[in-house]
Design a binder for this molecule. Structure first.
Ligand code: NAD
Ligand code: TYD
Length: 362
């Protein structure tokens, strides 16, 4: 069995659907606003699938689950993951991302130390992290490699950086067989509609403004979530303990161009009754401390583990838009009261409409 923390979130859900065919899984999730047990309801009766609602900060609960199920690996997705939320309220990020990872590591270390033989040598703790720990690049800087110094700029990035350091230390000090992956921006099915791409799709379909922070020229490297999950599988199976692997799609795109692509594909698949979706693009006040550019050099995982993404941005964004169009009920079910409160908090004070109609809040 494999434990999957945060398996009811965006990437975790995609990972679980893919991995459950090969291995029995136990999903451990606290079900914060970002976790949705319904995502996994299709697996409720599937062989080899179990779900438990628990907090990774609860070391005793983690220890009990480890003793009961004796997993051969833990894939650790659970985190607070939204940069804007970390600016408004960093405490949850420190709690889950740093304290939670520490408590989980302690429970896992105790469990692993008592194993022997093959169970001990083949055990793995895979920590899923982000490229944001490396900070911001200028236009001509080389892409992040595994030896780029850490320089996190947001409370989210700082909390993930701290968790990466703890994982590294548990390998170095105790010999725990850890693996760390640092991935670029994911997109695809099941992403909570407060992140850029699903937010733009959902707002466009409701004829609401498409908010672009600042000048829209910030660059992110975009990776289809299925390609990320495939990379994680490969790292889990053949990665070397103690190593870090950068995962990216070699798809550096400016935010404004990401939004235009979404508008173009939406326009083809579900034309706007009057005008173009691009008319809804609205520049708003920038995110404080907004990192200008992220870029990943995935050379190590390509060379050593023979991984490469299957989707281009064009094919991935088409799959993504189609998925959201086919799952409008999912979008409306997650855009509940807590989400609306968030929209008011994040966008209420920053709206500077320069085009389109500003109608982000209800
Ligand atoms: P998400 O916010 O969609 O999901 C996080 C999940 O963790 C949710 O199901 C939530 O309920 C659960 N969770 C939160 N706190 C918990 C706790 N204390 N105990 C147990 N469960 C808890 O996030 P995501 O986008 O799926 O990201 C998953 C992981 O991948 C995160 O560690 C994130 O830092 C990392 N990552 C994400 C991206 C991206 O673009 N989304 C890119 C690189 C790395
Ligand atoms: P996001 O999806 O929040 O991911 P991250 O901050 O982890 O990269 O944002 C992606 C980019 O889009 C980021 O540069 C911020 C920008 N952005 C907007 O311009 N408008 C928005 O409403 C949001 C949510 C993000």
């Amino acid at each position: 069995m494999i434990f999957v923390t945060g398996g009811a979130g965006f990437i975790g859900t995609n990972f679980v659907f893919e991995a459950v065919a090969a291995e029995p899984l136990l999903v451990i999730d606290k079900l914060t606003y970002a976790g949705n047990a319904d995502n996994l309801s299709a697996l409720e009766k599937a062989d080899g699938f179990q779900f438990v609602r628990a907090d990774i900060c609860d070391r005793e609960a983690m220890a009990r689950l480890l003793a009961l199920h004796r997993p051969k690996a833990v894939v650790h997705f659970a985190a607070e993951s939204h940069v804007d939320r970390s600016i408004h309220g960093p405490a949850d990020f420190v709690q889950t991302n740093i304290v939670g990872t520490f408590e989980l590591l302690e429970a896992v270390r105790t469990h692993w130390s008592a194993l022997d033989g093959a169970a001990r040598s083949t055990f793995r703790f895979l920590h899923v992290s982000t490229d944001e720990v490396y900070g911001s690049l200028n236009a001509t800087d080389p892409a992040f490699t595994e030896v780029t110094p850490y320089a996190p700029n947001s409370p989210y990035a700082a909390s993930k950086a701290a968790s990466d350091h703890l994982v590294r230390a548990y390998h170095h000090t105790y010999g725990l067989p850890t693996l760390t992956t640092n991935c670029s921006n994911n997109y695809g099915p099941f992403q909570f509609p407060e992140k850029l791409i699903p937010l733009v799709i959902a707002n466009a379909l409701e004829d609401k403004a498409l908010p672009i922070y600042g000048d829209g020229l910030n660059v992110r490297d975009w990776l289809f979530v299925g390609d990320h999950c495939e990379a994680i599988q490969r790292v889990l199976k053949i990665g070397s303990p103690g190593e870090t692997y950068n995962i990216g799609g070699k798809n550096e795109i400016r935010n404004i161009d990401v939004v235009r692509s979404v508008c173009r594909v939406l326009g083809e698949l579900r034309p706007r009754p009057h005008g173009n979706y691009e008319d809804l693009i609205t520049y708003v006040a920038d995110r404080p401390g907004h990192d200008r550019r992220y870029a990943i050099d995935p050379g190590k995982i390509e060379r050593e583990l023979h991984w490469a993404p299957a989707e281009t941005f064009e094919s991935g964004i088409r799959r993504t838009v189609r998925w959201y169009l086919d799952h409008l009920d999912w979008v409306s079910s997650v855009r509940d009261g807590r989400y609306r409160t968030w929209v008011e908090k994040n966008y209420g004070g920053r709206a500077v409409p320069t085009s389109g109609r500003m109608r982000i809040s209800e």
